[in-house]
Design a protein around this ligand. Structure first.
Ligand SMILES: Nc1ncnc2c1ncn2[C@@H]1O[C@H](COP(=O)(O)OP(=O)(O)O)[C@@H](O)[C@H]1O
Ligand SMILES: [Mg+2]
Length: 350
């Protein structure tokens, strides 16, 4: 059952709008109706505490409220141990929340009808080593009641999608990490799911392998599927996600579209110069609000567009190695560090 328009459960509780004001039931339903937002996932104060005995406990995820629209690539990002896999397992019904609740495809988590429309690529998937790719997919297909010519056609289609058809005779035991990930993606797609959960799909892959997986993800969105990605690699998420939530220590610290998260507090402009000489650096220091260094690249930040562009032209005329002039976009990494503080960000992990 899709959650297009207003699902019955929408009107059960008062909700908040983006500014945190509580909406009445009717008002909430109207906001939904006008925007015609269809939700693939909604969580409300979802919390998982792992109790380890002897009074010891670990916070898996705490008070997580998310809304994931249908047809988008949603990224749940954060450093290792921030609660991404816990969230994903809760949504898949593999573990149970301590408190809070969630809906997946309009159904409470764990409901069999929603599970049938969901695909899952676990982190570092394990497969029977003695099987080859078609044998493996045949096994997964049979779990969904697929068989015969329909299943065989689906297997070929999926192995072509992940560029494994030519290599279909190789056994899992001889797979590279990239081949495992490719077959993992094919496995997650066998039942033609509407919603896909990918846990760290590109970690441990070489750049080409990671790029191929990202392309498959974009293609799946093109087919109208919703993709929920967990990753600690902010840089890799930035170019493909429509919306992102950032977790730190089990809690959401930021959420928004990539544009929203990357926009600075105020609109500012920047000039980037590679290895500026003494005179260029002096000019930048005199005119810029602030100077930042990124290895050998010097970035000057300006409040006014005209000032930045005029100075950039002058610097170029004087022979400086100008790399960029334009709006100052921060990276997701910078946004994350801003949100959680330098010490706790452990940026080396991103
Ligand atoms: N089965 C478990 N038992 C106890 N603690 C766990 C368990 N699984 C995860 N945790 C803890 O929950 C926190 C979040 O872990 P996880 O969801 O795996 O993070 P991520 O996927 O972002 O790396 C970590 O502190 C981790 O140690
Ligand atoms: Mg994880």
């Amino acid at each position: 059952m899709s959650v297009r328009g207003v699902a019955a459960s929408d009107v059960e509780r008062p909700r908040s709008d983006r500014d945190g004001r509580t909406l009445t039931h009717g008002a909430y339903a109207r906001v939904r109706e006008v925007a015609d937002i269809a939700l693939a996932i909604r969580t409300e104060n979802l919390t998982k505490i792992y109790y380890l005995g002897w009074g010891q406990r670990h916070v898996g995820v705490k008070d997580l409220s998310l809304e994931v629209e249908e047809g988008q690539i949603f990224g749940l990002v954060g450093p290792n141990g921030s609660g991404k896999t816990t969230t994903l397992k809760l949504l898949l019904g593999l573990i149970f929340p301590t408190s809070g609740n969630a809906e997946v495809l309009g159904e409470p988590i764990g409901s069999p009808s929603a599970k049938a429309r969901v695909g899952y690529l676990p982190e570092g998937p394990y497969f029977y080593e003695h099987l080859n790719a078609p044998e493996l997919l045949r096994m997964y297909g049979s779990l969904f009641g697929m068989r015969g010519a329909e299943l065989e056609a689906r297997i070929q289609e999926l192995l072509e999608l992940v560029d494994m058809w030519e290599r279909r005779d190789i056994r899992v035991a001889n797979y590279s990490r990239g081949m495992r990930q490719r077959v993992g993606v094919a496995q997650a797609l066998i039942n033609d799911p509407d919603l896909l959960f990918f846990d760290e799909p590109t970690s441990g892959l070489d750049p080409i392998g990671a790029k191929d997986i990202r392309e498959v993800i974009l293609r799946l969105r093109g087919e109208g599927k919703t993709i929920f990605l967990c990753s600690h690699l902010l840089k890799e998420m930035e170019p493909i996600c429509d919306n992102i939530a950032i977790l730190a220590r089990g809690q959401k610290v930021m959420q928004g579209s990539v544009e929203e998260l990357l926009a600075g507090q105020e609109k500012r402009y920047r000039i980037e110069v590679r290895e500026p000489d003494e005179k260029t650096l002096q000019t930048l220091k005199e005119q810029a609000l602030e100077i930042k260094w990124l290895d050998e690249i010097c970035r000057g930040i300006f409040a006014e567009r005209d000032t930045a562009f005029k100075l950039a032209a002058e610097l170029e005329d004087s022979g400086a190695h100008l790399l960029d002039v334009g709006p100052d976009r921060r990276t997701l990494e910078e946004a994350f560090i801003e949100a959680v503080g330098e010490e706790s960000a452990d940026a080396s992990d991103l």
